[in-house]
Ligand binder design. Structure first.
Ligand code: ATR
Length: 295
């Protein structure tokens, strides 16, 4: 990149707010997208305390920011600082993308769009299928709304804290006509076999790396596809177990890349071509292979 071609008086500015923010992959992802598409823009991270969220959003708007991403722990609280919220984001109950409008920022949720794209390019067909969703936190919320929107025949909610699974089931049932159930992790081995399993728990990453929320791997026998929202490690124990039983296994990397591309598309009102998306993905896979953003 030649710096003379970028960062002049016309440069558009984007950013991400969260806390912590140091480990966010979004600055690398979004600056790669800006560079690949040749857009004169820059994307920067901001650590913002919960008490400052309103001031930060107003300040970034006043400074002319074109778009923002929002990450943990602000994805819900930021909804009070916006001039509008997209219908799907409202259903998910969380926002991760803000687009500048005349009246303020409007909120969107591209986690669900990234997951949808990952299902599509990895040929996970949800319509008419029995699905099992592990987890009931933020990631599970997006996954549940998507499974409902894609027309799953059934969604079975599994979570360590049963009340959270019940709450998610009740929320989804308010707009979804398919079958639902809530079971515990102990019950999954004897319950009717699902076609598709989505892991949206955090088990398998960080301190729990090489652990799986599914203790008996024979559970995976006869399951068509297993999706794990985790992408570090590239293959979790859960996916490794599922692979042994011939399940189609997809990790969270495509979801990550495509949620970022979806934010870019919303900010610019354009559609990034499949070829360009693959180019972006290839650059970022190289980056991951070299060890990621530890500097
Ligand atoms: P995210 O935004 O990444 O989804 P989260 O909202 O903190 O993160 O949700 C984490 C999910 O992983 C939750 O469903 C959590 O279960 P609880 O609701 O019972 O907390 C699940 N999870 C985390 N650690 C777990 C563990 N050791 N065993 C089973 N589930 C676990």
């Amino acid at each position: 990149m030649n710096v003379f071609d970028f960062y002049n008086g016309h440069t558009k500015v984007y950013g991400i707010i969260g806390n912590p923010i140091e480990h966010s992959f979004s600055p690398v992802l979004q600056n790669t997208i800006l560079q690949t598409t040749g857009f004169n823009g820059v994307y920067v991270p901001f650590k913002v305390e919960e008490k400052d969220i309103k001031k930060a959003v107003e300040g970034l708007y006043a400074l002319g920011f074109e778009g923002l991403n929002v990450t943990v722990p602000h994805k819900i609280s930021v909804m009070n600082c916006l001039c509008g919220i997209d219908e799907t984001a409202r259903k998910v109950g969380a926002v991760n993308t803000l687009k500048r409008t005349e009246n303020g920022f409007k909120g969107y949720n591209t986690d669900i769009l990234g997951l949808k794209k990952s299902f599509s390019i990895n040929k996970i067909e949800v319509k008419g299928k029995k699905t099992m969703l592990l987890g009931a936190g933020g990631a599970a919320n997006s996954a549940a709304v998507l499974l409902a929107e894609l027309g799953a025949e059934k969604i079975v909610f599994v979570n360590r804290t049963k009340e959270k699974a019940e709450a998610l089931k009740n929320h989804i049932s308010s707009f979804y006509n398919g079958k639902t159930d809530v079971i515990s992790f102990d019950d999954i081995y004897t319950y009717e076999k699902p076609d598709i399993v989505v892991n949206a728990t955090s088990v398998g990453m960080g301190e729990g790396v090489w652990q799986s929320p599914v203790k008996e791997d024979s559970f995976f026998k006869g399951i068509e596809a297993v999706f794990d929202v985790i992408y570090i490690p590239w293959e979790t124990k859960l996916l490794n177990d599922a692979k042994k039983f011939g399940c189609k296994c997809v990790n969270g990397f495509d979801m990550l890349i495509y949620q970022g591309i979806a934010s870019y598309e919303i900010w610019h009102d354009i559609s990034v071509s499949d070829n360009m998306a693959v180019e972006i993905k290839d650059s970022l896979s190289q980056y991951f292979l070299k060890g990621g953003n530890n500097k």
